[in-house]
Ligand binder design. Sequence first.
Ligand code: PLP
Length: 422
Amino acid sequence: MSQFAYTNGILHAEGNSLEALAQSIRTPFYCYSTAALTHNFQAFENALCQRNSLVCFAVKANPNLAVINTLSSLGAGADVVSEGELRRALAGGVPADKIVFSGVGKTREELRYALDKRILQINVESLSELKLLSEIACENGVEADIAVRVNPDVDAVTHEKITTGRQENKFGIDISAAESIYEYASSLPGICPTAVAMHIGSQLVDLAPFRTAFKRLRELVTALGGAGHQIRRIDLGGGLGVSYNGESYDVPGPELYAQVVNEVLGDIDCTLMFEPGRVISGSAGVLVTKVIYVKKGEGRNFVIVDAAMNDLIRPALYDAQHDIQPVRLPPADACTQLYDIVGPVCETGDTFARQIAMPDIIEGDYLVFNAAGAYGASMSSTYNSRCLVPEILVRGKEFSIVRKRPSYEEMFSLEQFADWQE
Ligand SMILES: *Cc1c(COP(=O)(O)O)cnc(C)c1O
């Protein structure tokens, strides 16, 4: 069941009225549900727990420290893609030996920090990175446990901006070159190639590309074993999609995904690692907004809300359509109209929905964008000099502000006039 549901005609986040929250916190704000995060994490883990596995939450989906802490207290590890995320994971309570570091552009400083913290695994994405890591490991007198992130060359059939597993994408090392890379890696001082990794893209709603990629990875692991490499862990990445707007197709959940994993890799004697982001936090959050104006044009009704593309960029960037609900349940006999829901930013791309049928909307109404708990707040900016919006975490009847709204002074605080200005 959803943790965002109507009680007495008002949309609630667990035991909290979103109307009451909106009145006290002021809109826009993100609201996350502890119960939903817990449910989503445990559903994923339970689907795959028949075997030795580690679920590392992809921090970039929702890096809020309170969200990380909620998940780390359930036993989650973390998949990080920068030193900032690594620091967040540690600050959020994830033990270093459950952290994996991915990304094509890790700098010398970032690699040194990761080695210093003795994290579980660094997923290496190029020959140059491998050489640099060996050099740093030797300087520091440590051994780096690595996976080579291979690019299995499958089309993830998702939005072009979030497919990562095709040959023309910048990610990973071509799977056909992988065996020679492992050969080379094991000859390098300071490098222990103990794992294999992949991640083919995000918001996958078809399991076939996973199956193809897993099979290719399995062949690789078998070949590596034959060549004498001790592969102990297989990191299957993230990428499982979620439902945003009552899609006409079925979005497969963790159980079906687990079936594919078990079918292809069930008998392999390795720890399986997963890096889910969206499927853990996506449906666990909403963005709450207020209607500023209703502007009736010739044949077009614009609802101008106080949230904008800088707060939730997914519609503008990925053509995403987040399901939109009124906080107050309209009467059953309310008239519906076609609306365009838009934000105040000076760009036509600042449009959340076009021509959607909604019950009569009036100025001052509160609306929510559903499934905004992943790649929402984490991709927000201060474009148009709009302050970052607060983030609220609820648990039952309790709520807590887990990122406050900055003041305008705080927004300007890193800037100053040039020396010659006054
Ligand atoms: C973004 C990313 C993930 C998480 O992807 P989701 O689609 O949110 O599950 C996992 N691993 C890597 C390497 C990533 O870049």
